[in-house]
Structures are given as structure tokens and as C-alpha cells.
Design a protein around this ligand. Structure first.
Ligand SMILES: NC(=O)c1ccc[n+]([C@@H]2O[C@H](COP(=O)([O-])OP(=O)(O)OC[C@H]3O[C@@H](n4cnc5c(N)ncnc54)[C@H](O)[C@@H]3O)[C@@H](O)[C@H]2O)c1
Length: 258
């Protein structure tokens, strides 16, 4: 049997908000279960309460390896296995390398972006892959599916996005080596690169910027919604011939420098 959304057990980092929340809702609506890995104090517990016993919230900071290891073990214990990982947690620290008044990009800010967007994603991935490797294989030998949420900033990072683009570019670059590495365990790996999706991350922007972003799209001329990305996550899960690939989901936008 192939991994299907129905009956699947998924870990979704950043599952308390935006794209991650949309993915959790898609999984549950189709009969799956989800463990939300997100920061304490967000919407995680509220969402788990709303969606019922097939959803569990694990409050943690994915940049703290002990918390990641403990949460992955707890999910394996509670649900018996993990079939799917979606790495959606992310932050977008923005700064110019040298600002107009001469201030330098704060190194801690740069480091935090790469830490959350790339290194922590890898840490969750390696822990979850360790659990997936113990799954009973499907007839095709499949044991699990990993989907990282990258960004089109990996290809067209804008002014101020050096840290963000470095983190997301790292996710893109490691997609094929991860797929090759995990092939012997029957685990597939994809990275989805969203364009502009209408989530709290984008809702912080002014109406003027949101209009600009809408207009930058080729077609359709609207902001994306989490459901657009969740639909592609579902395709990634259920299409076993898809592996090692980076998929832009962006209304054909190609971002300008600013
Ligand atoms: N919204 C967009 O236009 C867009 C475009 C391209 C890529 N993305 C990527 O999609 C992903 C989701 O973005 P979103 O728009 O849904 O943002 P969001 O801010 O709504 O959700 C991100 C979630 O990640 C969680 N998170 C952040 N740091 C964490 C940490 N250290 N530990 C645990 N959880 C943490 C946050 O608490 C939040 O719930 C991100 O990786 C983002 O970079 C978003």
C-alpha cells in the first residue's frame, strides 16, 4: 500500500498558523492525523482542540535539538508511527547587508534565519526519518514522505532577504541529496516553493504592498491561499513516482529586486 492521506500520521512543523495550518486541516479533512510542532503560546492548542483527537499539539522550539528529539519520540509513541513530515515552520528576518546609515546586517539575525529555516528543518527531518525507517514498507517499498516548504526567495531573493534566501536555498539544494540518501529506506523528499501566500507572514505588509504582490503574479492575479499549497502537499504524498523534486507554486511570478 502506498502512503495515502487517509490514515496517514503526519508531523507538521509550523502547523499552528498559515500554510502549516492549511496542511493540518487538509490532512484531517481527508482522514489523516497530525502532530503540530509549533511555538508555545500560538494557536496550536486551540487548533488541536477544534480539530479533535486526530490532532496533537507539541509546543516546542524546533531550534532546540532536545525538544525536537523528545517530541518526535512522543509522536511515535502516541500514534505508533510517522508516515509524513511537512517542514513549514519558518521566519523571514529582513535587513540590508549595509543600511543607508551604514549599519550592518546583524549577524545574530542572519544566523537565526538560517537556524530556523534550514538547520532546524534538517534536525526535525533526521529525527523523523529515523522513525520512518522502522515503518512497514508498502508493496513498492515506501516508508515515508518528507515535504519541505521552501520559498521562491531561494531563486529570486529580494533586497533584504540574504538570510531568508540562504535558508530556503539550502532546503532547495539538499532536496536531491536527501532523496538519494533516504532512498534505501523508502523515504521520498520534495520541496515546495510557494509564491505569495495570504498568511500572517504576508498580512503584516501594508495594503499597498499586498496590491503590488497581487499584481506581480502572472496568472491568477490573486494572492495564494494555504489550500493552494496543501493541495500540492497532498499530491506529493500520494504520487509515489514524484521524488527529489523542487516545485514552485507561485502563479508564475518572478520577483523583482524589491
Ligand atoms: N506566506 C508566504 O507568502 C510564504 C511564501 C513562501 C514561503 N513561505 C514559507 O512557508 C512557511 C509557512 O509560512 P506562513 O506564511 O504560513 O507563516 P506563519 O508565520 O503564518 O507560520 C509559521 C509558523 O512557524 C512557527 N515557527 C516559527 N519559528 C518556529 C520555531 N523556532 N519553532 C517552532 N515553530 C516555529 C510560527 O510560530 C508559525 O506558527 C514558512 O517556512 C515560510 O517561510 C511562506
Amino acid at each position: 500500500m502506498t502512503v495515502k492521506v487517509t490514515d496517514t500520521v503526519a508531523v507538521v512543523t509550523g502547523g499552528a498558523s498559515g500554510i502549516g495550518e492549511g496542511i493540518v486541516r487538509m490532512l484531517v479533512a481527508n482522514g489523516g492525523s497530525a502532530a503540530i510542532f509549533d511555538l508555545d503560546g500560538g494557536k496550536g492548542s486551540e487548533l488541536a482542540r477544534e480539530l479533535g483527537p486526530s490532532v496533537a499539539f507539541f509546543p516546542l522550539d524546533i531550534t532546540i535539538p532536545q525538544q525536537v528529539e523528545a517530541a518526535v519520540s512522543a509522536v511515535a509513541e502516541r500514534f505508533g508511527r510517522i508516515d509524513v513530515l511537512v517542514n513549514s515552520a519558518g521566519i523571514s528576518p529582513a535587513s540590508r547587508v549595509v543600511s543607508r546609515d551604514g549599519a550592518l546586517f546583524p549577524l545574530d539575525l542572519y544566523r537565526r534565519g538560517v537556524e530556523v529555516n534550514l538547520i532546524a528543518a534538517f534536525d526535525v527531518l533526521r529525527n523523523v526519518a529515523g522513525v520512518m525507517a522502522r515503518n512497514e514498507p508498502s508493496d513498492e517499498g515506501e516508508r515515508g514522505v518528507i515535504v519541505n516548504i521552501g520559498s521562491i526567495a531561494a531563486f529570486e531573493g529580494q533586497i533584504g532577504q540574504a538570510s531568508y534566501a540562504a535558508g530556503k536555498g539550502g532546503l532547495v539544494a539538499m532536496t536531491l541529496p536527501l532523496a538519494r540518501d533516504l532512498a534505501s529506506h523508502g523515504v521520498r523528499v520534495m520541496t515546495i516553493c510557494p509564491g505569495t501566500i495570504d498568511t500572517p507572514m504576508v498580512q503584516q505588509a501594508s495594503e499597498q504592498i499586498r496590491d503590488y504582490l497581487r499584481d506581480a503574479n502572472v496568472f491568477p492575479k490573486r494572492l495564494g491561499v494555504p489550500e493552494d499549497i496543501a493541495a500540492v502537499v497532498r499530491t506529493c504524498i500520494e504520487t509515489t513516482y514524484l521524488n527529489g523534486e523542487v516545485i514552485r507554486v507561485d502563479a508564475a511570478v518572478r520577483m523583482a529586486p524589491r
